[in-house]
Write a protein that binds this ligand. Structure first.
Ligand code: FAD
Length: 402
């Protein structure tokens, strides 16, 4: 028996045991997910005792598919930022105490996390961030503002990047802190998106305090920590491997079948041509992601995450446009009347075509813009000359800011 076969059998056995002992239909989600974590089936590629079994990352997909088929609750859906981005960052950079304290409630969804990186003046160039953290005994005192913070209104913890040393160049003076979102001095305010929903927020810090024990990584090493989060973010957004027959292109296919099947007019043929081209591109991306996931070694994902993120964003936008065009005049109606709500999760995906058309516009911005993904691919994969970085070696305090 090969190693892959024996790892697969081990996973199948553990999944069968878990589902038999905790039937998903009659077990509440935190209890089921807690038992899943304790059996190492949360992220099977994480070390034992930290929600994993120390297996190859490719095995994670097998465990996830088996559990999904059995009707298990989805930890990713309950805690999208925590599951895909914060957990790998804590596993890579956290102390034993931090891993023990944070990973399990993150996985069960009892502690939802948000990512506090972007600021009004620092999005693509997040290393230029200005939120300050100043050491005061065993604590850090945080002042500043973050923006576009997805699910901050639901989060109890935040992964925060703050400037702790303005005297050194921008990448060197950042420290990562794990902040209590319900603590004093943390103010979360909704920001409404083009869909009308406020999935994201702006977050203000006024003398908010974080114990030094909640510093993730070394003082001034926040950029290294952030890279782990950002690499995982790209895979988390664009690198998922769904089954064929699921996903945005299948919503477009359904709309085409409902409204255009049997129509042989030139207009219908042109629509079908657009649909087939996008179906082929989506399938190529799905298979590319499958291959990247099979080949992934332990550790932080590489530039393949930027390929996936770029393809996902650009295809999703085209599919959103096509689906709307396929609906014709009906596409002008936003079926849920532009609700001004703060949703209980992230609204990517789904069959509400007008809403999804609007939501996909954010895909080429969130998690790094398409232009920035192209820069990364140009520099790190193709070896092209780097972007101009005039402020790279200047102390952060001497860099002009608007
Ligand atoms: C739906 C959504 C959810 C988000 N959630 C979060 C979150 O949870 N946490 C968080 O921290 N952030 C979040 N963000 C913020 C996101 O990461 C930033 O919006 C993104 O990195 C771009 O930054 P910016 O908006 O400041 O645009 P800018 O960086 O100001 O960019 C403006 C334009 O200039 C282009 N540009 C910038 N630099 C370059 C360059 N070097 N070369 C070529 N073109 C360039 C960009 O591509 C873009 O078109 C979210 C954003 C969205 C839309």
């Amino acid at each position: 028996m090969t190693l892959v076969q024996s790892e697969a059998e081990r996973i199948d056995g553990l999944v069968d045991e878990l589902v038999a002992e905790f039937p998903p239909a009659s077990t509440d989600a935190p209890t089921f997910l807690g038992a899943q974590f304790d059996r190492g089936l949360a992220w099977v590629h994480f070390p034992e005792g930290e929600g994993g079994l120390g297996l190859a990352p490719a095995m994670h997909q097998r465990a996830a598919s088996r559990l999904s088929e059995a009707g298990a609750p989805s930890a990713a859906m309950r805690n999208v930022i925590g599951y895909g981005m914060v957990a790998p960052t804590i596993v890579t950079h956290g102390t034993e105490e931090q891993k023990r304290r944070y990973l399990r409630p993150l996985f069960t969804g009892e502690e939802v996390w948000c990512q506090l990186f972007s600021e009004p003046g620092s999005g693509s160039d997040v290393a230029s961030l200005a939120t300050r953290a100043v050491r005061d005994g065993d604590e850090w005192v945080v002042n500043g503002q973050k923006v576009w913070t997805t699910v901050a209104h639901l989060a109890s913890r935040g992964l925060l990047l703050a400037r702790t040393n303005p005297e050194v160049p921008k990448h060197q003076g950042i420290t990562c802190l794990l902040i209590d979102m319900h603590g004093e001095g943390v103010d979360v305010r909704p920001l409404h998106q083009i869909t009308g929903e406020a999935e994201f927020n702006e977050v203000f810090f006024t003398d908010a305090r974080v114990p030094d024990a909640d510093r993730l990584g070394g003082e001034g090493e926040g950029w290294r920590v952030a890279i782990t989060t950002l690499m995982n973010e790209r895979v988390s957004i664009g690198g998922g491997v769904s089954r064929r027959g699921l996903g945005p292109i299948d919503v477009a296919l359904k709309v085409w079948r409902e409204h255009w099947a049997g129509d042989t007019s030139p207009h219908a043929m042109a629509m079908r041509d657009r649909l087939v081209r996008l179906w082929v591109a989506s399938e190529a991306t799905r298979l590319t992601n499958q291959r990247a996931s099979d080949l992934r070694r332990r550790g932080t994902p590489g530039p393949e995450g930027s390929v996936a993120k770029l393809a996902f964003a650009e295809q999703n936008k085209l599919i959103g446009e096509l689906s709307l065009d396929l609906l014709g005049a009906r596409g002008m109606l936003h079926s849920n009347t532009y609700p001004k709500v703060r949703p209980s999760g992230v609204g990517m995906g789904g069959s509400d075509v007008p809403k999804q058309f609007l939501r996909t516009r954010a895909n080429s911005i969130e998690g790094g813009t398409s232009e920035v993904m192209k820069n990364i691919l140009g520099e790190r994969v193709l070896g092209l000359p780097g972007d101009v970085r005039a402020d790279k070696d200047l102390p952060w305090k001497d860099v002009p800011r608007s």
